[in-house]
Ligand binder design. Sequence first.
Ligand code: DON
Length: 307
Amino acid sequence: MNTPVPEYLADLLRNCKAFEGGQLATYIPELASADPNKLAVALTTLDGIIYTAGDDEYEFSIQSISKAFAYAFVIEELGSTVVKEKVGVEPSGEAFNEISLDQTEERAKPKNPMINSGAITVHSLIPKTTRADRAETIRQFFSKLAGRDLSFDLSIYESEKDTAFRNLSIGYSLRNLDVLESDPVEIVESYIKQCSINVTVKDLANMTSVLVNDGVLPTTGERILSRQTVRQVLTVMTTCGMYNAAGNWLANVGIPAKSGVSGGIIGVLPGQVGLAVFAPKLDQYGNSVRGIDIMQQMSNDMGLHLL
Ligand code: DON
C-alpha cells in the first residue's frame, strides 16, 4: 500500500458511499432519527498517531462498544477470577439482546460480556463510590482512554430508558437468579447511561490504542490495563464482539472487534493498528453495514487478518 494514509482513508469512504443497504436501529426511538449518511473512519498506529477521514468530529453514542472497555475496567478493579465467576466467555450464537445464560455450571451466568445480559452484569460490578455512581465512574475511565472529557447524550439515555422493556426483563431475570445482587432497575438504567456516552471515531481510535499497545496508553505512556486484561478483552472481542455474525467477521476481516447499535465498530490488531468506523445503517445482526465493508477493505489492503 503506497498511498499516504489520509488519502487512502478518504478514498475508502468515497468508494464505500456506493454501498447501500441496512436499516437504522429503531428500538431506541432517538436512534431512528440519526442521519443515515454520516460516515467516518479513524486509524491509530501502535505509537498512538491518529489518522481520520469523513465525519470525524461527529459525536454518536458509544452503545455496545462500551461493553469491551467496561469489561476491561472491572477486570482491572476486581481481577479476572471474580469477573469470570459472574460472566462466561463462550459465544452465545444468539442475538445480542437474548438472555443467553450458561446453566451448566453450579450457578447461572450470562454466556459472555458482549451480549446485553453479560454487559449488564459487568456494569453491576463497577464499584460505586460516594463521589461517583457506576455510569460516572465509567465515563471518567472512557474519558481517560479517549484523552478528553466525554459527555453523556442525555436524550439518547432518556429515549432508551423509556423503552427499555427488554433490558429490564433481562435485569429482573438476572436478579431472580442472584446474578445481579442489587436493584435491577438501577443497574439497567445505569448501564443504559454507559451506552449513551458520546464519542467520535477519533475518540474510539484513541480508546482502542490501549488495546493495540498491550495496555499502555501510547499518548501518555501510562499503563492502564495489565497484559492479562488486554488478552481477556481481545479474546471475547474475537469470539463474541460481533454477536451471531462473529464467525463471518472472523473469516472475512479476521481481527478482534466490537460493534454498537448506533453504527460504530472498533477493530484491534494487537501490536499494529486500531481501527474505528461509523456509519449508522445496520444489518440484521445489529452491525454497521458500511462499517463492515470499510473494515473488510482495510483488512484486505493492509493484510490485517490474524491468520
Ligand atoms: O443494550 C442495548 O440495547 C443498547 N444500549 C446497546 C446495544 C448495542 O449496541 C448492540 N449492538 N449492536
